[in-house]
Each structure stands twice: as structure tokens, then as C-alpha cells.
Design a protein around this ligand. Structure first.
Ligand code: SF4
Length: 372
């Protein structure tokens, strides 16, 4: 069995205004050390439970993995490599942590991909989002990444709400970053979740929504611009130079199996989805998984449809849909009059045009409505 591995590092130096992930302020080093020891045990446990599995990709995400001391990061990487050398081994990093020295250490450990959370090049926005790096830090980090030769992704956020008085720098930021030729870029819409500082600021009237027309025009511009610059728009939020599509993320979108380790991590192994405990206290005390669910029948089919339709130009394969018990003719009958859906003999997908991609969420929902 081919397997991927996700490793969650829940520590951050600060809490971003929009973030609702499980993250803890960097605690005392002994807590981080204990946490990493538990992670190593969990990886061992899975390795023993799945002796025939070959590790395909590994991803250390967070939180802020780059905030971990290198000695602890190295312990994790060595444990993973003992299981097998993943073809793609990614670590997430914040710009302020990326130095030439840090990069040469992680490359020598065996990590071959970095995903850097730049988010915006507006210092005003970074400060409003409570991020502690500047645009200058991000530019320097990208220059280091580019000159090191490592495969790297840049994460950006489109602000769906803006603090009053701060203007948008989105198009200029994208142009600046693309000029530095990352292999991969992700551009996510900012989601506002209850309980976050952003949510409170919106409710308090300090941040206002970006007009829908502006958002639409910016996205159409983005899709066209990235295409003109040679990037393959292969998933709604993801762009890659040819051959640099994220192998790890494709595992999730294809419903392939992956193990998730660490606090609040999820995994999907042999059609069982599990979720780990959400608090570091429970995790350190040794209770790990708290929920299991066998994903089968209609749920598996629906999940496949929802994920596959996000993959631009790929979409739903007839073979796979039918193998999962889906009725192809019902699906076709729903899609036949939809302007934004293309149907071939063996596939059905959202058309690769900026306008259709912008509408993809509602197209997907409408098409899969009988299965939702
Ligand atoms: S660095 Fe990432 S995980 Fe940490 S608070 Fe910010 S968005 Fe959340």
C-alpha cells in the first residue's frame, strides 16, 4: 500500500487574526520536546501497524514547524526517513524563520520542499493580521529559497475583508512574487471563523467586506495572469509550474490513504477516517485517537465527487464514479445543461475558464445535490 504522512506541529509564535487552527504559543522547550517524543512514538506505532506500506509523501505542517528548534525537527525527519524516503518531503515555514543556514540544514536532513506562508506583501495588512514578519522578510525568504534550488510553494491569502483605511495590494503582490519564480503558488480566500480576532473586528465594524465585483475581477485577473506566466492552474486555489503540482495535496484530493500524526491531526487509512485528540494536554498524556468512522457507500462517492471536481481539467472519472457505485447517467443528466461543465466519454469537469472556476463552488454543489 502507498501511504502519505502528515505531521502536525501545533506551536506558533503568535496568533494570526484569521486563524482558527489548533495552535499553541511556543511553550517551554521541554513541552516541545515531549510533544516531539510523542510524535515519534505515534509514527512508530503506525509504521508497525502498516509494515507493508511504502511512504510516498510526507508533510510537516502546523502551526509553525519552522519555529521548532532544528534539533527537534531533525528527530522527526530522521524518524520519517527510517520508515522510507518520501519522494516529496515538505515543511511549512514562516518567512521570518527562513535563513540560508536554516535552509541548508533542512536540505541536508532530506527535506526537499518548503511551503512558505507569505500571505500578503502589505506591511499594514500583516500588522492588522497580527503576523510578525514584514514584506521585506518575505522577499528575502523567497530569494533564499530560489537560490537554494529547493522546490517551494508560496501561500497567499486574498482578503475578503479589509480593515477600514487599508487598501488592497493583491495584484502587485502576486506580480512581485511570480517574478521570483516559485514552483508553486496557493491563493486562498480568507475565511472568517467565529471565535477569531478577525470575526470580532468585523462585528465591531473595524473591518469591512471587499465588494464582490472587485473580488471577481481580481480572481479572473489572477487566473489569466498565472496562465500567462506559465503556471498550470490544477486545483481551484493552486498553481504550479509543469511537474511541480503538490504530490501530497493530490493524495487528499484523490482519496488516497494518509496517516496524520499529532494533536488534532486527521488520517484516512483503509477507508477509516480518524481524528486525533484536539488538546496538547490529552495528546501528551497518551490518549491519541478520539473518533473513527468507516467511510463507505454514498459518503465515499460524494466525497470523491466534491474533491475531484476541484481538480481543474480532471474532474470526475466515469470509471471511478461507477466503481464507487455511482450512476453515471444521473450525473450526466444533472450536468448536461450546465454551461460551466464539460462532459467527455469518460470524464466530467468544471471548464477551465476564469469565469467557470469562479463559479465552481456553486456548480459543484448544484451538480452533486442528490448525493449531498
Ligand atoms: S502561523 Fe499559521 S497556524 Fe499559526 S496562528 Fe498564524 S495562521 Fe494560525
Amino acid at each position: 500500500m502507498r501511504l502519505s504522512l502528515y505531521i502536525h506541529i501545533p506551536f506558533c509564535r503568535y496568533k494570526c487574526a484569521y486563524c482558527d487552527f489548533v495552535s499553541y504559543p511556543l511553550l517551554k522547550e521541554d513541552i516541545e520536546k515531549q510533544y516531539v517524543d510523542r510524535l515519534l512514538e505515534e509514527i512508530d506505532w503506525w509504521h508497525q501497524a502498516l509494515p507493508d506500506a511504502t511512504l510516498y509523501t510526507a508533510y510537516i505542517g502546523g502551526g509553525t514547524p519552522s519555529a521548532l528548534p532544528l534539533s527537534l525537527l531533525e528527530k522527526i525527519v530522521l524518524k520519517v526517513r527510517k520508515w522510507g524516503g518520501p519522494v516529496e518531503f515538505t515543511v511549512e515555514a514562516n518567512p521570518e524563520d527562513i535563513s540560508r543556514d536554516w535552509l541548508s540544514h533542512i536540505i541536508s536532513m532530506g527535506i526537499n520542499r518548503v511551503s512558505v506562508g507569505v500571505q500578503t506583501l502589505s506591511d499594514e495588512l500583516l500588522s492588522a493580521w497580527n503576523r510578525k514578519h514584514t514584506a521585506k522578510d518575505s522577499i528575502r525568504a523567497i530569494e533564499y529559497l530560489a537560490s537554494s534550488g529547493i522546490n517551494f510553494n508560496v501561500d497567499m491569502i486574498y482578503p475578503t475583508y479589509l480593515p477600514y483605511g487599508i487598501s488592497m495590494s493583491f495584484r502587485r503582490d502576486i506580480k512581485t512574487i511570480v517574478a521570483m519564480k516559485p514552483n508553486h503558488m496557493s491563493v486562498y480566500m480568507m475565511d472568517i471563523h467565529e471565535g477569531t480576532l478577525a470575526h470580532a473586528l468585523i462585528r465591531g465594524g473595524k473591518w469591512g467586506p471587499v465588494e464582490e465585483d472587485i473580488l471577481y475581477e481580481d480572481m479572473v485577473w489572477l487566473y489569466n495572469f498565472m496562465g500567462d506566466m506559465g503556471y498550470h492552474h490544477y486545483e481551484i486555489s493552486n498553481f504550479a509550474l509543469s511537474g511541480y503540482e503538490s504530490k501530497h495535496n493530490i493524495v487528499y484530493w484523490y482519496q488516497d490513504f494518509y496517516v496524520g500524526v499529532g494533536v488534532s491531526a486527521w488520517g484516512f487509512v483503509n477507508f477509516v477516517r480518524y481524528e486525533n485528540v484536539p488538546t496538547i494536554k490529552d495528546y501528551l498524556q497518551g490518549s491519541i485517537q478520539r473518533k473513527h468512522e468507516v467511510v463507505k457507500g454514498k459518503d465515499l462517492l460524494t466525497e470523491y465527487g466534491l474533491m475531484a471536481l476541484r481538480l481543474i481539467g480532471e474532474g470526475i472519472s466515469r470509471f471511478r464514479w461507477e466503481r464507487l457505485g455511482g450512476d453515471w447517467s444521473i450525473l450526466i443528466s444533472r450536468a448536461i445543461d450546465m454551461e460551466c461543465v464539460q462532459i467527455t466519454d469518460d470524464r466530467l469537469f468544471v471548464k477551465d475558464s476564469p469565469e467557470c472556476i469562479m463559479l465552481s463552488n456553486s456548480v459543484i454543489e448544484e451538480m452533486l445535490e442528490p448525493w449531498l
